[in-house]
Write a protein of this length. Structure first.
Lengths: 222, 159
């Protein structure tokens, strides 16, 4: 068959169009869906990682250790001698927590019994950069067995960590006497940790006794 | 004009002609893969590492899927060909695709916006088949919603 110039042009145009349509159809399209895109981990005092620390990352891309639950409620306390009670000199408090090493890499980050470890992470997909908040729910007062009280606001803490630099994710503070207060935040997709050193203000003379109270720490994601 | 300059003038047009001819032959054509079969409808993406780093970097998500690849290479039958896996640049951002094969094609890895050779040699059958397990890797911060990712096989060869 012999094509004239006028019949050849539409034929070529048709071929080009066909090729374009064909290319569009001939491709795999995989739909990627984030599974379990959010994860949180908060550790105050003792924590649990099974299988070791988080790092080093293994050859298959998985961490060595896995975060777990730890139901331990650690104590922070101080004993005052009669002569020291109410003398205005803050009294250092110590903890029964044994958490010294960061589960991130095993680095000795906190010193016990002087410091209480607090750390964790907030995993989220989708570029949500808002930070997760960590709050403390604080009773109005510490109470002894006979009902005498000491305001929780008598207890403060400083924040640091071995080899640290820059700001602390869980900064220094003082408890409120009853209420919920923010004690730190965790930027998304970042490991956060601090070591708290507590002290009792010791500027009043309460009745002798053992005063205690429980603070509950809660992590809330955006 | 000296003899040397005369030779240069002769060889230059010749060389240009050869290069032009080679470029004209190396056309890339998307291969018909409509007979291929994905074993999973979608790819579940998981954090490459469950906990993040201290620096906040390295927040990659990974997911795998297996595809029984069956591509129609009939148009190139009894010719030599070079088959590439092409991952065009696309939203939502940089993607890495790696794969392992059962041996018919080469295993490899490609970044979006590039292509990688998976076969070079004679085309002896109308269809070429292999089972490929693909792994997608991308930054979790771009995974706001389900992300469609397109890739294809293409042939450089004579028809």
């Amino acid at each position: 068959m012999r094509l004239s110039a006028s019949t050849l042009r539409p034929a070529l145009a048709g071929a080009v169009l066909l090729a374009a349509c064909s290319d569009a159809a001939l491709a795999y399209t995989a739909t990627l869906t984030a599974a379990a895109p959010q994860m949180i981990y908060l550790q105050v005092g003792n924590g649990t990682f099974t299988g070791g620390n988080y790092t080093p990352i293994q050859g298959n891309g998985q961490p060595t250790g896995t975060p777990g639950n730890n139901a331990t409620i650690n104590k922070v306390s101080t004993n005052l001698t009669l002569a020291a009670v109410g003398n205005g000199t803050p009294q250092a408090m110590t903890t029964d927590s044994t958490a010294t090493q960061s589960f991130w890499d095993g680095y000795t980050y906190c010193s016990v019994p002087a410091q209480l470890y607090i750390g964790g992470f907030y995993r989220t997909a989708g570029g949500n950069t808002a930070a997760a908040q960590v709050t403390a729910t604080v009773p109005a007062a510490l109470i002894d067995t006979t009902g005498d009280t000491l305001p929780f606001s008598k207890i403060s803490w400083t924040s640091s960590g071995n080899g640290d630099f820059g700001g602390e994710p869980f900064p220094a503070g003082t408890f409120v006497s009853g209420g919920v207060q923010t004690v730190g935040s965790m930027a998304s997709n970042t490991w956060n940790e601090s070591c708290w050193t507590f002290s009792y203000l010791n500027n009043t003379v309460p009745k002798s006794g053992v005063y205690s109270g429980t603070v509950v720490y809660t992590m809330s994601t955006p | 004009m000296s003899a040397a300059r005369c030779r240069f003038a002769f060889f230059l047009p010749l060389a240009l002609t050869i290069i032009w001819a080679a470029a004209a032959q190396a056309k890339s054509i998307t291969i018909d893969d409509s007979a291929s079969q994905a074993l999973e409808p979608s790819v579940s993406m998981h954090w490459q590492t469950a906990a993040p780093s201290r620096s906040g970097r390295g927040n990659l998500m990974v997911g795998t899927t297996t595809i029984r690849v069956r591509i129609n290479v009939m148009p190139w039958l009894r010719h030599a060909g070079r088959i590439y896996l092409s991952l065009p640049a696309q939203q939502p951002g940089p993607i890495t695709l790696s794969w392992v094969t059962q041996g018919r094609f080469l295993p490899g890895q490609v970044q979006s916006g590039n292509r990688v050779l998976v076969y070079a040699g004679p085309i002896t059958t109308p269809f070429m088949e292999d089972t490929l397990t693909f792994q997608f890797t991308l930054d979790g911060s771009v995974m706001r919603r389900a992300v469609p990712v397109s890739y294809h096989f293409e042939m450089d060869g004579e028809r």
